[in-house]
Design a binder for this molecule. Structure first.
Ligand code: SAM
Length: 270
């Protein structure tokens, strides 16, 4: 198989893994599945056997043409020649419809794709995504564990995350340099439940996790918050003055955010 490394093309060549990924999407019989980067169709085929409507978004022109030709008689499939990063999910769906997103992601833009999906969470029911194992471990990590950080906190504000299984490089052609893991994210944003606004809380999380070696208090100080306001907010939220963001739950983070004076939340340097 020819491939373009620049487009993150490591094609899945383990049919059992393709079936497991399609199975992980759950019941898709009456749903719209949106596949990111269908490539040569390794996951597209098992998805098609299960779903009502499939929209496959492929950036590579020759792969797009190959898929378009292959599925020319399948009314159930729409192949789009586009970048997922430039595609507005809402424009592909019926009003109020939520897609099930599936993809063996092009690894060079994994974070961009995750951020895009979080930004368009209102149009997604769940997502099954293959990513580098290290990224999957970070997205799914629990507070206090080695891998927990800004990516985990951000992802877990939008979705409940399960790290399903890992594949070795030999499951792909050409084999990538890293292992890969499949994540299932069931979208259920927590902003309302935790009483925080998405934009302000996202900025706050960036401040809290700015430097891994620093305590939460020191990161907030570096972001321009007043030491006394930080002390009192930590106390009110029941967080130790020595705590690090990496060991603090999202519930405690939200409590802290709400206790810090509003003026400080927008300070320069954030
Ligand atoms: N789904 C196939 C499989 O599992 O064998 C291919 C997966 S391969 C890791 C990533 C695919 O994403 C490639 O087909 C690549 O051309 C495509 N791709 C790369 N950048 C993309 C983008 N910005 N938007 C959509 N597809 C992209």
């Amino acid at each position: 198989m020819k491939h373009k490394p620049k487009l993150g093309q490591n094609f899945l060549v383990d049919p059992g893994a393709s079936q497991r990924i399609a199975d992980a999407a759950g019941d898709v019989s009456n749903r719209t599945v949106l596949e990111i980067g269908p490539g040569h169709g390794a996951i597209t085929m098992p998805l098609l056997a299960r779903c009502g409507h499939l929209i496959a978004i492929e950036l590579d022109t020759s792969l797009f043409k190959e898929l378009q030709f292959r599925f020319r008689d399948r009314r159930q499939v729409q192949v789009l020649h586009a970048s997922i990063l430039e595609t507005k999910l809402e424009s592909l769906l019926e009003p109020g419809e939520k897609a099930i997103v599936v993809g063996n992601l092009p690894y060079y833009i994994t974070s961009d794709i995750l951020l895009k999906l979080f930004g368009e969470h209102a149009h997604i029911d769940r997502a099954v995504l293959m990513v580098q194992r290290e990224v999957a471990d970070r997205v799914a990590a629990a507070p206090g564990s080695r891998d927990y950080g800004l990516l985990s906190a951000t992802a877990q504000m939008y979705a409940s995350v399960q790290n399903l299984f890992t594949l070795p490089p030999s499951a792909f052609s050409p084999p990538p340099e890293v292992h890969s893991s499949v994540l299932r994210m069931t979208f259920a944003p927590r902003f309302e439940e935790l009483g925080v606004d998405a934009i302000g809380f996202d900025r706050f999380l960036h401040q809290c996790f700015a430097q891994k070696r620093k305590t939460l208090a020191n990161n907030l100080r570096a972001a321009g918050h007043e030491p006394e306001a930080i002390r009192s907010a930590l106390d009110g939220a029941g967080i130790s003055p020595q705590a690090r963001a990496e060991a603090t739950s999202l519930e405690a983070m939200a409590a802290l955010y709400k206790l810090l004076p509003a003026a400080d939340k927008t300070s320069v340097g954030s």
